[in-house]
Design a protein around this ligand. Structure first.
Ligand SMILES: C[S@@+](CC[C@H](N)C(=O)[O-])C[C@H]1O[C@@H](n2cnc3c(N)ncnc32)[C@H](O)[C@@H]1O
Length: 284
């Protein structure tokens, strides 16, 4: 009788995976290797040290996921889940993966939304910002719109049961019925200049929908549209907040300032000091 094959330990499986991800220049190889192993084993990252060995069938599943991550598929597409503030979102091909930096914009909106506020999230994608606001300010009425068919289906799934009024359509013409009634308007629009293609990480360039990323020669086309729409939808004194690229800390707020329709135009940096989002108040 032959000796039973020795199963690899969690430590061995992780060491091999980390080396493969690092060789593929994945930015956080250890964290990703641990998340994927926990996913395969049906446990959490924090509980991995309590597991001794990796069964054969899990090992082959893990091997396949590590190969896909090494080919720079986004981690969240492999687990099917993204976390955003206190909510969980289903994500996969066809929808922009919500980013941690957008939690700042959502936090700003949550601070400004009070009981009875009417909130609109343009370009909702997976529904991340709308879902976080509905979760943290349950007494607000939240509306969201998405143009892309595939992304809309993900938003529909993520916003089911949240009370958010989700619509499919173009932000340029959305919510005529709410004109002049909105208290807080958020948007994380596409904002990458078309010719910046080369500088975009493979996870985004090859897996996020291009409608979610690129917006004209200077990256500001969608921001110009949202400025127009926000001015129509907000009530006088209502506030708008929108994300932009770190190089747009001057040009993005200037889109608003140039119209003379806004007061308190401010740009906000993230914890690393990078310009991240603009806010303003519609003049009374
Ligand atoms: C950068 S993603 C942001 C998604 C989500 N708000 C988030 O923060 O994770 C931009 C989204 O805007 C959508 N979009 C682009 N142009 C649009 C338009 N004119 N009207 C509505 N949605 C649009 C894209 O399909 C994409 O889902």
């Amino acid at each position: 009788m032959g000796a039973a094959a020795v199963l690899p330990t969690v430590g061995d499986a992780l060491a091999d995976a980390v080396a493969r991800l690092a060789a593929a220049a994945v930015p956080e190889p250890r964290a990703d290797a641990e998340v994927l192993l926990a996913h395969v084993l049906g446990t959490t990252r924090a509980r991995l040290p309590l597991v001794d060995t990796v069964p054969d069938e899990s090992l082959s599943e893990y091997d396949a996921l590590i190969a896909r991550r090494a080919a720079r598929e986004p981690l969240q597409h492999l687990t099917g889940t993204a976390y955003f503030r206190h909510v969980e979102l289903a994500v996969g091909p066809g929808v922009f993966v919500p980013r941690p930096e957008t939690e700042l914009l959502a936090g700003w909106a949550i601070e400004h939304a009070v009981e009875g506020s009417v909130v609109v999230d343009l370009c909702t994608g997976s529904g991340a910002v709308a879902k976080a606001i509905a979760d943290e300010v349950p007494a607000a009425t939240v509306h969201a719109v998405e143009l892309d068919d595939a992304a809309y289906l993900w938003a529909e799934r993520n916003l089911a049961g949240t009370g958010v009024d989700l619509r499919e359509g173009d932000m340029a013409t959305a919510f005529d019925d709410l004109a002049g009634t909105v208290d807080v308007l958020t948007c994380n629009p596409p904002y990458i200049p078309l010719d910046a293609w080369e500088s975009v990480a493979p996870e985004a360039r090859d897996h996020d929908p291009h409608l979610a990323l690129f917006s004209g020669a200077d990256g500001l086309d969608a921001i110009r549209v949202l400025e127009h729409r926000a001015a129509l939808l907000l009530k006088p004194g209502g506030v708008v907040g929108f994300e932009h690229a770190d190089v747009q800390g001057v040009s993005a707020p200037a889109v608003l300032s140039a119209t003379g329709r806004w007061t308190d135009v401010r740009d906000h940096a993230d914890l690393a000091g990078r310009a991240r989002f603009t806010t303003a108040r519609l003049a009374r």
